[in-house]
Design a protein around this ligand. Sequence first.
Ligand code: SAM
Length: 305
Amino acid sequence: MSDVSARHYALVDRLKQQGFIRTPRIEAAFRSVPRHLFLPGVSIETAYTDEAIITKYLNGKPISSASQPSIVAIMLEQLSVQEGDRVLEIGAGTGYNAALMDYLVGDRGQVVTLDIDPDVVENACQHLLTAGCDRVQVICADGGFGYPAAAPYDRIILTVGAGDILPAWQQQLKPNGRLVLPLTILKNVELTVAFDRVNSYWESDSAANCGFMKLRGAFAESQEKETNSKALDFKEVLIQVNNIYPLLEPLPLNLLLSLYNLINFGHASLKDLKIKAYSQEIEYMPKAKETVIDKNWTKLVLSWQ
Ligand SMILES: C[S@@+](CC[C@H](N)C(=O)[O-])C[C@H]1O[C@@H](n2cnc3c(N)ncnc32)[C@H](O)[C@@H]1O
């Protein structure tokens, strides 16, 4: 086995051991797509670490990247893509996640991936061709509007952070479709949530902690309605914890996330969290122990089962 393949497989093995890759199909997708082909100019060693790799900055701020492989795995497990599915991705970035999903949908399916920046789109196209994924459609468009030309979709995934569930995404999904997105629940609290439609509302199937760069374009501002939260900044928690316990070894991430969730939600694990998203027009009377968070387009109702 070459050094590149050895590093590639070692990363997949680690993602599996750590529980981020849980199903054989997702494992096979990760094994079949070499991440370094989507990161030209990045060393092989770096391409196969479990790190996000920034690929573009604007005014000193990161605006495009290859997401951290562990969060890519978590979100693909949440998305549960089936063979033959039509999938829309918002945030093409390097094209790596689109290539993984191209493997998962197979010959009968279709992946459409959007990015707002023409140069990012051009690079993603190049990477996908190099990796042999010539069926993926890469389009330059503002994902806030979805992509009606290829709708309806079985799955929609955002790989860029949203503050709300925008109408276009709801309209362009099939009735039994699934939406996975990094959603800012409260200021400083971002979760990747898998939503399924249930009657007139959306219900979460799973949620996990995450941190993504934010959606740009027409809907960038209007999503930031929720500002007066007392939720803690995760980076601030890390600094405070390490001030109290100046350890040589950093605390395990899982422990820190549990602490963070405990402080922000009163629950260490997100396993029992249920989020329902109702359209803003619907009158909703919260039941006991439910928290309602008002967004521009939706009301999020949080409860612990
Ligand atoms: C974290 S990167 C995506 C990573 C990518 N999925 C991968 O596998 O490499 C987020 C991407 O979202 C794009 N983006 C931001 N706002 C967008 C919008 N409104 N519509 C489409 N893409 C957007 C950024 O340009 C950036 O490339």
